[in-house]
Write a protein that binds this ligand. Structure first.
Ligand code: SF4
Ligand code: MG
Length: 335
């Protein structure tokens, strides 16, 4: 499998007036060509900062302070803003939670997609419009020849998100980063958008990083899942393993908090008690220790190493040490 992205020991901080907030504290992962991975965690876990770092879209006072972001072997952390502009939209595209923040209300949907196309491809205006219509059709907008001339407010929320995806994919990027792309949408539309992303991955062979707080969202689209907390990867594994053989207490908590529609239609949502650590003063030991029901003395003192469960499955938790007590957990997730 061809590697598309290799993030190595990425560290990103925000230099605020009260001090350095260490938002990403050494994150490493790979992504193959055509592969889809999910990055999951609560807000403040570092998942969005990871994607903004990869795109080099961090706002002041955010700064990458260490590590490498190898995209096709080239380190994006070292690129100039001008070089990044050529890569963004063209080779790496991003979609956000709220399409209204990325769509300009005073231009038609078609014009915005055309602009994205013309910026990166040598096409005439009429060719770009053809392509825009084709993209709208691809993402399932009905009568795209007419809809192309609509303004964003004439689209429903779900259609705007589809238009955003059309815009993001119009340059056939090799990597699509989607940050909570369905969070603002109702459940039915959410399922349609995820289905669409899965579809497009197959058709265009785009690699996808899907960022979400909801483990339920990634299951269908992603073959691998990264669970983040406190600016670190807590657990990484094949989607199967994360759901059916999870090894980290934080993952257990996330699994238990998935709304369960299967239990007689009643939602079962058990939130994880407590709040994420203050990354202005990161805890000395395991970042999850303050909220972890299984925390031991060692957890407070030392950050655990990664224990490999198997070749593609690792967990940063002292419970995997052979000296730790055995813990049995029922997350309630059934096959
Ligand atoms: Fe809990 Fe300790 Fe594992 Fe951290 S290392 S998740 S505190 S058991
Ligand atoms: Mg391209």
């Amino acid at each position: 499998n061809e590697k598309l992205l290799e993030v190595k020991d990425l560290k990103t901080s925000f230099f605020t007036h009260v001090g350095e907030v260490k938002a990403i504290r050494g994150v490493s992962f790979n992504l193959d060509k055509g592969e889809a991975i999910g990055i999951v965690g609560e807000s403040g876990s570092g998942k969005s900062v990871t994607s903004l770092s990869v795109m080099r879209l961090l706002q002041f006072p955010g700064k990458i302070v260490g590590g490498e972001i190898l995209f096709r072997g080239q380190d994006l952390a070292k690129k100039s803003e001008k070089e990044m502009q050529a890569i963004r939209g063209n080779e790496i595209a991003m979609i956000f939670q709220d399409p209204m923040t990325s769509l300009n209300p005073v231009y038609t949907i078609g014009n915005q997609i055309m602009e994205a196309i013309i910026r990166h491809q040598d096409l005439s205006k009429s060719q770009a419009k053809e392509k825009a219509i084709e993209m709208l059709r691809l993402v399932g907008i009905p009568s795209p020849e007419k809809r192309v001339d609509n303004y964003p407010h004439e689209f429903s929320g779900g259609m705007r998100q589809r238009a955003m995806i059309a815009m993001a994919l119009s340059c056939e990027p090799s990597l699509l980063i989607a940050d909570e792309p369905t969070t603002a949408l109702d459940v039915t539309i959410q399922a349609q958008i995820l289905e669409l992303m899965k579809d497009l991955k197959e058709k265009i062979n785009t690699s996808i990083i899907l960022i979400t707080h909801d483990l339920g969202v990634v299951a269908d689209v992603c073959s691998r899942i990264i669970v983040m907390y406190g600016g670190l990867i807590m657990e990484e594994g094949a989607t199967e393993d994360i759901f059916y053989n999870p090894k980290h207490p934080y993952t257990w908590g996330l699994l238990k908090s998935i709304p369960r529609l299967d239990l007689g239609g009643k939602k079962r949502l058990i939130p994880i008690e407590g709040t994420p650590p203050d990354l202005l003063k990161p805890p000395k030991g395991c970042p999850f220790a303050a909220r972890c029901p299984y925390a031991m003395k060692v957890c407070m003192e030392h950050i655990p190493p990664y224990y490999s469960v198997d070749e593609k499955h690792r967990s940063m938790c002292w419970l995997l040490d052979e000296r730790a007590p055995r813990v049995e957990v029922d997350t309630g997730v059934q096959r």
